[in-house]
Design a protein around this ligand. Sequence first.
Ligand SMILES: [Zn+2]
Ligand SMILES: [Zn+2]
Length: 446
Amino acid sequence: MFIPVLIAAILWQVETPKLVFPWVTSTAPFTSRLCLVNLNQQSQTLMLEARDSAGAKIRKEHVLAANAQLVDDASRLFPELVGLGGFSVFCYVEQGELQGALVIASNGSPSGFSPAQANAMEMDEASHSIVFPFQSGSVESSTAIVLVNLDDEVVAQVVLTAFENDEVVGHADVTVQAGANIAHMLSDLLPEMTATGYVLALSDTPIMGTSFTFNRWVEPAMSHAIPTTAISETNEPNTLLDLFVEHTEAYLDGEMLVIRTDDIPNHASPYFATNDASYEAPHEGMQLNPNRIYAQDFEFRVPLNPKISGTLEETRLGPIGVATNGVVFFNQYAGRTATGWVPLDQEIETFDRFNGHPQQQGAYHYHLEPTYLTESDPSTLIGVMLDGFPIYGPYDADLSVPSDLDACNGHEHVTAEFPNGIYHYHATPEPPYLIGCFKGTAGTLN
Ligand SMILES: [Zn+2]
Ligand SMILES: [Zn+2]
C-alpha cells in the first residue's frame, strides 16, 4: 500500500489520542515528570501535544526505540509553558501500544520533595458522566478537580454535583472550552462542601477528570475520576440525553436538555419520495395525504429536572414533544377552528404503518403510539414531552396496562431509567393517545 510520507504531519490531526495526561504542571511549587513506555518491538514516533485552558496546542514529536522508556520533566518537554499554570498532554502514536504515567512532586513540602504518581488515562475513561469518589472541603485535606474536554469542536457544559453524608449539598455549572481543560480547587467550585464526600460530573460531551488531594503542606496525591453509568437523583436527565444522542443532536445547557432534530424518521414510510431508499408502498387501506417528508430544524429545550407544576397546561398544535428517534409528537387533534379542537378521525386513515404522517411543511409526526419504537418492547421509553417528563409505550415494565393514568395520561412510579421514581406519560390506544396535558411547565421549541 502506498502511504505518502509527506502527509504524516496532517494525519496526526485526525488521530484519537492514545493517552491523555489530564494535568501536567511545571509551575512552582510543583514539578511534573512524564513517563512513556514503548511496548512494541519496533520504534514508535510519538506526538506529544500540550493543551492549555483555552485549547491552544503545542506539539512535539519524539521517536522512541523498541522497548524504550521516555522520562522527562514537563519543563524540558514544554519550556514554553513553564510558570503558566498547568496543561493537558495528549499523546498520539501511529499504531501499537504505549503506556505512560505522570509523577508530580511538590518541593514546598518539609521534606523538600513529595512525589505522587498516576497512570496516563486512556480514551475509554472518557464519559458523559464521571465520578470523583473522594473530595474534601476540609482544611486538613483539600482537593482540586481537573476536567478535560476531549471534543475539539464543542464547548463542554458540565454540571458538578457535590454529595456529603449521602445528600446533595451543592451544584456548580462549569464550562470547558473545546479540546481544553480546567482545574479548580474544590473550595472555589463547591464552597458548600465543608467535609468529605464525592462529586459527580455530568457533561454534554465526553470528559475526563483527575483529582488532586493535598495535605496542609500542599503535598499532592492524585487519582482519576471514574466513568460511570450509575443513576442518581441528579443524573436522571443524562439518561434521557444518552437516549437522544443517537438520532438527534442533544446536549445539556444548564438546567435544560436541548434536543435538535431534523425530524426525519429512521424507518420506512410512503411519505418519502418514491426514489428515496426509505420509501415503501402504502399499506392496504391507507390514504396517502398530499404532503411529503422534508427535513426540519426543531430545537427543543426541556427542563432537566421536570417538576409537577400544580396546574395542567393545555397542549398545542405543532410539536409537543420528541421521540427518541428524533420524530416529533403532535397532540390528539387535527387542528383547531373557531368552534374548538378538531378530532383526528379522518387523519388517522393517512397514518403510515408506524402511525406517522407529514403536515403541509413536511414535518413528519406521530399523534399516536410510535409503533416502530414499541414493536419489540411495548413498555419502552419512547421520548420526552416539552415539559421534560418522559413518555413510555402503552405498558409498564411488568407488561401490565397502567390503570391509574390521570387526565394528562400519566402517573408516577419507579422505571428502569429512573430508579428513584418519576412522573411519566404512557401512550394509550384511546385519546389522548400520547398526553392529555402538560403535568409540568412546558419548555420551549424553536
Ligand atoms: Zn398530523
Ligand atoms: Zn408507568
